[in-house]
Design a protein around this ligand. Structure first.
Ligand code: IVH
Length: 672
């Protein structure tokens, strides 16, 4: 054979492998009907990778080997959307759906309108651009007008075709919108891995997806098993005037579309669909938070138009906040940093309202008795808003044989010292301040993000430091040497140095944070800030009596008593002395005045941020002298928009107020 024919046959083999693998992706992700095993797939993929390495001239950007890009990016370029990415109005019950239907029919002057009902994915919206069938650009929704170009990350999502099939190739340009999400199973596995690695857990699959899409290293994105589902095919060049037909065209072009979509001629049938889906909800492989109802005809859609940022031709029917049933594996007693003993239910993990629930508080001994809840029971867990999940009932019919009522012990479950219940308080507490649980709790609190913010000191490391008697009080942290750390599990030379640096860096934390970090009972972030500002130094605070303390705004007798009691403990005074020697400054510093960089600046926070809670964000702003209000007005300086930011964002745009995304906000407040 001539070298020419050799290379010709290689080219053919490469092309065939590329085509076959793409076809297998299609069968797997779109048709959910794979014809080969994962292992066979991997074998073909390996062959292709090797051949393409030897003959790079035959490698094309659309080859299935080309999903993971090169070097990590620094920043995502901004993309202006061809057409804004709208949000949806919400309906919360069947009556509201009837209202929607009435508005649509009145608006159109039609007796009957066809609707498409489809599931509402609880993921992250993205838009994909294809040119002559080739995937060229993928972007986030951003503020609806502009998003981030995350093409490199989206290329790694295997259910997003790098090349379209059939008619998809005929169009010069196509824009396809849909949702990226993570299957529940993959989400649990990811969190389990992160837990083992001592990394922060994601609250729910949506946050995990959003966090992943923001990563600058597409290699990590590729490992995260994200999925894509398409729900909208834009473009005038596409002839079909029906959304329903367009969904079917998407499938034909090789895009994954959920099989849960139907076309109906009446709102009653749409409601029937909503009821069915709500029942099936838990069986789906991914999280959904409702049903989207859309007018089928694009002409009619256009006729109805858009109001504010949502179309009049569609609405989201949101499911009600949920209860879930799960098994209570055991009741454990937790001892907090101030000794409070709280019974906690360890549950079989269950997804509820978008977050994984593994534990629920049982509050106290009386509550356990009231519910008559036992290990092995099937329980009903409820969650509303940001509240910690609660057990609201026991399914007694499902109680297995041989369960026993829980008995509250009369000694601390951790150190076996005596326990006490104060008058008027519902909880018992351990009277031994040297109780290991309290020691651990105090350390965890001290290093936490809101307190000294020492990175790299997770629970697992703290546990080891305590077990090896390297650390008992926070003051001991500042005496740690790198050599103490290196022998710890999951600790290398590098991470040991990083940790030492983080501890060193924490010495520069301002007085209010240090005060909060001490973990004085009832002294939260807000109170710590007030005390720091009011008294200026730990010496002055120590000198203050209960009366002087209660004279301060927002300080009541409960706090005053706890503060004075704190300074009566010799151990506490010794620790403060050691911390001072280590270099922590227990007083306001001149520079802190200057650090009021956000003085007279007003913020409105809207939507969910990934890396911190609303309260934390608020505290950050306030520490720097800024103010956080709840509604957007002309006086607002900045609106911080997290995921799913709603009407406040629209208002901000109307009033021309600067909108910050999470990263911009963090840049503004960090290092303070
Ligand atoms: S249609 C104007 N269809 O819901 C139509 N959206 O609140 C806009 N979403 O950002 C999109 N499932 O992330 C549509 N089947 C579905 C959807 C869906 C989830 C999300 C999407 C959008 C948000 C709107």
């Amino acid at each position: 054979m001539t070298s020419r024919t050799v290379s010709e046959s290689i080219r053919k083999r490469i092309t065939k492998l590329q085509r076959d693998l793409l076809n297998h992706d299609y069968r797997y992700f779109v048709l959910a009907d794979p014809v080969i095993s994962d292992r066979e797939y991997d074998t073909l993929m390996r062959e292709l990778i090797e051949l393409e390495e030897q003959y790079p001239e035959f490698r094309t950007p659309e080859s299935p080997t080309q999903r993971v890009g090169g070097v990590p990016t620094k920043e995502f370029p901004t993309v202006t959307h061809t057409r804004p990415m709208l949000s949806l109005s919400n309906t919360y019950n069947e009556d509201e759906l009837y209202d929607f239907d009435r508005r649509v029919r009145n608006g159109l002057g039609e007796e009957e309108v066809m609707y498409v009902a489809e599931i509402k994915f609880d993921g992250v919206a993205v838009t994909l651009h294809y040119e002559n069938g080739v995937f060229v650009l993928g972007a986030t929704r951003g503020d609806g007008m502009q998003g981030d170009d995350i093409t490199v990350n989206l290329r790694t999502v295997r259910s997003i075709p790098l090349q379209l099939r059939n008619d998809g190739r005929k169009y010069n340009r196509l824009e396809i919108r849909g949702e990226v999400l993570m299957f529940k199973e993959d989400f649990f596995a990811l969190n389990k891995y992160r837990e083992e690695q001592g990394q922060r857990l994601f609250a729910n699959p949506r946050n995990a997806t959003a966090g992943t899409l923001k990563l600058q290293d597409s290699k990590i994105v590729a490992q995260r098993k994200l999925r894509f589902f398409a729900y909208q095919l834009l473009d005038e060049d596409v002839k079909s005037n029906s959304h329903f037909e367009r969904l079917n065209m998407l499938i034909d072009m090789g895009l994954p579309v959920s099989d849960k979509f139907e076309r109906y001629t009446s709102v009653e049938k749409v409601i029937g669909f909503c009821r069915d889906i709500e029942k099936e909800r838990d069986e789906l492989l991914y999280e959904i938070d409702g049903v989207v109802v859309k007018v089928d005809s694009l002409t009619l859609q256009e006729k109805l138009g858009t109001i504010a940022k949502s179309p009049r031709w569609a609405t989201a029917y949101k499911f009600t906040a949920r209860q879930a049933e799960t098994t209570l594996n055991s009741i454990v007693l937790q001892v907090g940093r101030v000794g409070t003993i709280t019974p906690v239910a360890e549950l079989e993990p269950v997804l509820l309202g978008g977050t994984t629930v593994k534990r629920a508080t049982l509050h106290n001994a009386d509550e356990i008795e009231r519910l008559d809840v036992r290990a092995g029971d099937t329980v009903i867990v409820e969650k509303g808003g940001d509240v910690i999940p609660k057990i609201t009932g026991v399914v007694k019919e499902k109680r297995p044989k041989g369960t026993r009522a829980f008995t509250f012990p009369d000694t601390c479950p951790v150190c076996k010292s005596g326990i006490k219940r104060l008058d008027g308080e519902a909880n018992y507490f351990c009277i031994n301040t040297e109780c290991p649980a309290q020691i651990r709790g105090r350390l965890e609190h001290f290093v936490s993000r809101q307190a000294m913010d020492i990175d790299g000191l997770g629970e697992a490391i703290i546990e080891q430091l305590i077990n090896r008697k390297l650390v008992i009080t926070p003051a001991d942290l500042y005496e740690l040497k790198k050599d103490d750390l290196v022998p710890l599990e999951r600790m290398g030379e590098k991470s040991a140095s990083n940790l030492i640096n983080a501890i060193e860096k924490s010495k520069a934390q301002p007085f209010n944070r240090i005060l909060y970090a001490l973990g004085i009972r009832h002294v939260g972030q807000g109170v710590a800030r007030i005390l720091a500002e009011e008294f200026g130094s730990i010496d002055e605070l120590q000198k203050a009596g209960e009366e002087e303390l209660t004279a301060v705004r927002e300080i009541g007798p409960r706090i005053a008593q706890s503060v004075t009691a704190y300074f009566q403990e010799r151990n506490n005074l010794e620790m403060i002395e050691r911390l001072t020697k280590a270099g922590l400054v227990f007083s306001l510093q001149g520079s802190e005045e200057k650090k009021q960089t956000l003085k007279d600046t007003t913020f409105v926070l809207t939507g969910a941020l990934d890396s911190l809670t609303r309260d934390e964000a608020k505290a950050l702003v306030e520490t720097l002298g800024g103010k956080v209000t709840s509604s957007v007005s002309k006086k607002t300086d900045y609106v911080v928009a997290g995921a799913d930011a709603g009407s406040k964002l629209n208002k901000a745009r109307e009033l021309n107020i600067t909108v910050l995304n999470e990263e911009e906000f963090l840049n503004m407040v960090k290092d303070h």
